[in-house]
Design a protein around this ligand. Structure first.
Ligand code: ADP
Ligand code: ZN
Ligand code: ZN
Length: 708
């Protein structure tokens, strides 16, 4: 007897084909069972699915003919089926972010699963885990020995007393990680198979966190109890971690955004550290927000959700307002840093209007850095631009180093004397003379971290360390950390005290627990104050607070740490709030502006981005789809709640010879927006066939976009 079963597969090449296909199986298979199925000439990994309700997919019209069904190739029954709540998470994410459930489900599984037969998989599952190296530094204080601060104790008590979700609003250095660890410890102790998922924004931050969690939990729960899950791992490591989580052997999973989809059958806690961080939002495939999905997943799994940040996203901040005002998250506050002398850094603004014209590092800042060097302390100087100069120009004819393939300048990298496009990667040696007029007088405009490092070296010549040796300057950015292991070794140098001044991009401003840095300086943060992106101030404030949080983390050091900001707008309210270390005031003023302008979180947005050979085509596609929305069956009910803006070029409108346009869609109601987008998918799809859209390459919907 054979049974027809529904199987989700990833069908990217015809993405609008339903991703649930029907196959025959000799035996009934539980939903969530992994199978291998034939599709055309290939054999694919699939997941047995419940009846699929995919709004992103037009209903299949072809009547289903049982005689034509093909049998599955194999059921991977060595693995327990994926749980109902995991499947519900996938269905939700696919619907909400307007993608196929098959695409989302298969992308959530470790890639190596696709290549293993049932037999290979069974072997993999039997193989005893190789003994892991758990020789951890003895110096690590296990958290049991740390007495909690009153603020930590209160936060943890509240965590136990309420269902959540929680927003842990804790200053940098207030001991949030300690709170995640205690909540995890309590959760694991309360039930014999409970699992916890701890998410961090950046792969770079996982080793530090992993070390702390392993030191605490491995002695109690075994070496295999803590695993990581992120895209920097080899396929084999990822599979191993995934299997450990899926089987329940791993009690704690530490990971980046992709980990939100990990199969965790006994999930009881999800912590999202630095919940405001933009890297929780995916920018390819399904544009999901791992933070938002974590909250949804918590509800599905009956797991408590703990979001943590010193500068929460305005969305989460708004959700954590008083319950009487409609708040849905409970706010837990930890305003103080751990330690007696652990005051937050003093914020000093340098008014660049009153500094020598064209100076990069103002004289007072330079003097302050020199003083820290003399005292044997470290400084961190950051600038959000890598390379030597953002553009090269001819002083005669005004030639500029435009990228031939993008609407952007190529950046001058002095180290290998190249002009490199940061958008398409196109690189060429720097010309000796102006390509247009032959003038040899070509110069770099502006500066990136490479030039800043060079200038600092120059400015600090003659200054020596307390032992008389020369000042050591190091730079950390995407260019210096291209090689595997480079970042880790550079960070180790900083931690070891081998560096006096650290120069870098925002890469160094986030999360790292530097112990000897006592001065942090933002060289030129003004750009974000006047950006057309309404989220730019929120990001800048978060970044500056984060950066400030890198200073003075060693409570035993008694000198007051400082955060320096060089700006032409010293009285700007953002810097005023920063000076007072007053995130709530900043958030409040931003929320008032957002409410007046009906912007998120007071409205809901989606963006459709289109790419085509010409800008005209990209825009035509979007505008035609917009006009055609009046023909939707329930247009009369939906459209009054929806604002469709005209298509516009994206801010970098051409990348690698592809023209890009976007269209914003807004609604005061999330439900209305969702219903509209689901209904509109077919309309978008059908525009492709129109002659005006010839040359359209691709398009994608981004729900709750972060960059507009
Ligand atoms: P956050 O994540 O809030 O920036 P961390 O959790 O990294 O802060 O804590 C900052 C530092 O304080 C860490 O070195 C941590 O080990 C230490 N710490 C945390 N809680 C305590 C405590 N109760 N007593 C002593 N030290 C603590
Ligand atoms: Zn020229
Ligand atoms: Zn380019």
């Amino acid at each position: 007897m054979t049974t027809p079963i529904s199987v989700l597969v990833h069908t990217p090449m015809y993405s609008q084909v339903a991703s649930a296909l029907t196959y025959l199986s000799d035996e009934p298979l539980a939903p969530g069972t992994l199978v291998r199925v034939p599709l055309g000439q290939r054999e694919l990994l699939g997941v047995v699915w419940d009846e699929v309700t995919e709004s992103a997919t037009p209903p299949r019209t072809a009547p289903f003919d049982p005689a034509k069904l093909r049998p599955i190739a194999e059921a991977l029954q060595a693995l327990p089926a994926l749980s109902a709540s995991w499947r519900a998470l996938i269905n939700f994410a696919a619907n909400y972010y307007q993608r196929g459930a098959g695409e989302v489900a298969l992308a959530a599984l470790p890639p190596q699963l696709r290549d293993l037969s049932g037999l290979q998989l069974a072997k993999r599952l039997k193989k005893p885990a190789p003994p892991e190296n758990t020789s951890l530094p003895k110096s690590l204080v296990t958290p049991d020995l740390i007495a909690l601060t009153a603020e930590q104790a209160r936060a943890i008590n509240q965590f136990h007393a309420h269902p959540g979700p929680f927003l842990l609003f804790g200053a940098t250095g207030s001991g949030k990680t300690e709170v995640y660890m205690r909540c995890t410890a309590d959760t694991l102790a309360a039930s014999p198979d409970a699992q916890a998922l701890i998410m961090v924004p950046e792969i770079n931050l996982t080793p530090q966190l992993e070390e702390r969690f392993k030191a605490h939990f491995c002695p109690r729960y075994g070496d295999a109890s803590v695993v990581s899950l992120h895209s920097g791992m080899t396929p084999a490591q990822r599979l191993k971690s995934w299997l450990a989580a899926h089987s329940g052997a791993a009690r704690i999973v530490l990971g980046t955004r992709m980990a939100v989809f990990a199969s965790l059958p006994h999930l009881k806690l999800i912590a999202v550290d630095e919940e405001h961080d933009p890297s929780y939002k995916s920018h390819e495939g399904a544009r999901y927000s791992a933070r938002d999905l974590a909250v949804y997943r918590g509800r599905l799994d009956g797991a408590k959700v703990l979001l943590g940040s010193a500068t929460p996203s305005l969305e989460s901040w708004h959700h954590s307002r008083a319950a009487a005002e409609g708040g849905r998250y409970l706010r837990l506050e930890m305003p103080s840093r751990v330690g007696v002398n652990a005051a937050l850094p003093l914020v000093r603004r340098v008014d660049m209007n009153h500094q020598p014209k064209g100076c990069v590092i103002s004289p007072p800042l330079l003097a302050a850095i020199a003083q820290r060097i003399a005292a044997g302390e470290q400084s961190m100087v950051f600038l959000n631009r890598r390379g030597y100069a953002p553009v090269l120009t001819c002083n005669d004819c005004d030639w500029k180093s435009t990228c031939p393939h993008c609407s952007a300048y190529r950046v001058f990298h002095k180290i290998d004397r190249t002009l490199r496009c940061h958008h398409c990667g196109f690189a060429e040696p720097v010309p000796r003379a102006c390509p247009d007029c032959g003038n040899v007088d070509i110069t770099g405009l502006g500066r990136g971290t490479e030039r800043l490092e060079e200038q600092l070296t120059l400015l600090l010549t003659g200054i020596t360390r307390s032992d008389g040796s020369a000042v050591r300057i190091a730079r950390i950015d995407a260019d210096t950390t291209r090689l595997k292991g480079a970042l880790a070794s550079q960070l180790a140098q900083v931690h070891a005290g081998d560096v006096d001044v650290l120069v870098g991009t925002q890469m160094i401003a986030k999360g790292h627990d530097f112990r000897r840095i006592t001065l942090v300086a933002a060289i030129n943060p003004d750009g974000a104050l006047f950006s057309s992106d309404f989220r730019a101030p929120e990001r800048l404030f978060g970044l500056l607070m984060q950066a400030a949080g890198r200073a003075g983390r060693d409570a035993s050091n008694t000198s007051r740490s400082e955060m320096w900001v060089q700006t032409f707008h010293p009285t700007h309210p953002l810097f005023e709030a920063l000076k007072r270390n007053d995130y709530p005031a900043f958030a409040q003023s931003q929320l008032v502006e957002r409410e007046q302008a009906a912007m998120p979180p007071f409205s809901f947005q989606a963006l459709v981005r289109a790419e085509a050979r010409t800008q005209e085509t990209a825009q035509a596609f979007l505008n035609l789809a917009s006009q055609a929305s009046v023909d939707l069956p329930d247009a009369a009910q939906l459209l009054p709640h929806i604002t469709l803006y005209p298509a516009v070029p994206m801010s970098i409108q051409r990348v690698a010879n592809v023209e890009r346009a976007q269209m914003l869609i807004e609604s005061a109601s999330r439900t209305a927006l969702q219903r509209f987008l689901s209904a509109w998918q077919a309309t978008l799809q059908s525009q492709r066939a129109r002659p005006e859209c010839k040359g359209l390459l691709r398009w994608a919907v981004d729900v709750d976009p972060l960059l507009i």
